[in-house]
Design a protein around this ligand. Structure first.
Ligand code: NAD
Length: 302
């Protein structure tokens, strides 16, 4: 069997088109252009590339973006003050703080400080809880949201399928497992201390791998016909000094066994950015609905 390759770039382009249409409809209805504020602390080159990409794509779908670059020595207080300013700024619909943050800043305090309705990364505890409870109105972390769209491009219905998520981070693995559970998959999570990973992987109809360990999942780990989503991205330098990106799945082996598989690059990465745009639009739409409801309430009171 040769697996179908899931084209993350093409699916991301579809999402971006839908977001652009949503933005045009919102603005056409008299609402201000949605705006994303991106905050970067320090000068990590990879983070700068990610942020530039996010800013460029935000503008490409007709939204505004504002970029704040703070010095690597910025205090936690200064960062929290900036977040508070952005929380209060009515022009800002989404706030994204690029990770990783320098070690002197407490990441948990930062994600908690972002207003839940502007938390387009979906890491604020209120959004985490709402997602876990399957509640409406949650902003869901972009990578798992993108992965669900990739999976749904292969399966009309995943209820009842066995899913294994390898990796249990708060950014990818845990929210991923919660979304799969919401779709009524039978979900397991594997992590660094999991024993017999190979056997557990081989039981999964849907295998999502997010560990950052290049080539961890070998071809023989995969159930024939399974859908394999490779979230991992590791930059590897060849002997000539050229860099390339590799995933957590041994793609050349997996392609002969899986039913469908995402490539690295060109799989999950583009969908993550597209879902950030979708979340920013959702935040703006929810804000517009709240403002309209408040306006109607005021009129009723008069
Ligand atoms: P993390 O380091 O926070 O978490 C890694 C997880 O993998 C942990 O739960 C750990 O227990 C588990 N793990 C590590 N080694 C393992 C092993 N040998 N067997 C089983 N489990 C193991 O990483 P993260 O932030 O979740 O990111 C994971 C990978 O996904 C990284 O390569 C990251 O670059 C990538 N990533 C990609 C995107 C994207 O848009 N494509 C987004 C976020 C993260």
């Amino acid at each position: 069997m040769t697996a179908r390759i899931i084209d993350g770039k093409a699916l991301a382009a579809e999402v971006q088109k839908q977001v652009a249409e949503g933005v045009a409809a919102l603005v056409g209805g008299g609402v201000a252009v949605p705006e994303l504020a991106v905050v970067l602390v320090g000068y990590d080159p990879a983070s700068h590339v990610y942020v530039s990409n996010k800013v460029r794509q935000t503008e490409a779908v007709g939204m505004r973006s504002r970029r704040f670059v703070l010095d690597a020595n910025t205090t936690e207080r200064r960062l929290l003050d900036l977040i508070e300013e952005l929380n209060r700024d009515p022009a800002v619909n989404g706030i994204l703080v690029q990770f990783p943050l320098p070690p002197h800043i407490d990441t948990a305090r930062v994600v908690t400080a972002i207003r839940p309705d502007k938390d387009v990364d979906g890491f604020n505890p209120l959004n985490v809880g709402r997602t876990a409870a399957g509640m409406q109105g949650a902003l869901v972390p972009c990578t798992p949201l993108g992965v669900m769209r990739l999976i749904k491009s292969v399966h009309d219905d995943i209820a009842g399928l066995g899913a294994l998520v390898v990796g249990a981070s708060n950014v990818v693995g845990r929210p991923m497992a919660r979304l799969l559970l919401q779709e009524l998959c039978t979900v397991s999570i594997a992590h660094i201390r999991t024993t017999d990973l190979e056997r557990r992987c081989r039981e999964a109809d849907i295998l999502v791998v997010a560990t950052g360990v290049p080539g961890l999942v070998r071809g023989q780990f995969i159930k024939p016909g399974a859908t394999v989503i490779d979230v991992g991205i590791t930059r590897i330098k060849s002997e000539t000094g050229a860099e390339r990106l590799v995933g957590d799945v041994a793609f050349d082996e997996a392609i002969d066994v899986a039913g469908a598989i995402t490539p690295v690059p060109g799989g999950v990465g583009p969908m993550t950015v597209a879902c950030l745009l979708a979340n920013t639009l959702s935040a703006a739409q929810m804000e517009a609905a709240r403002s309209q409801a408040a306006g109607i309430d005021r009129m009723t009171a008069v």
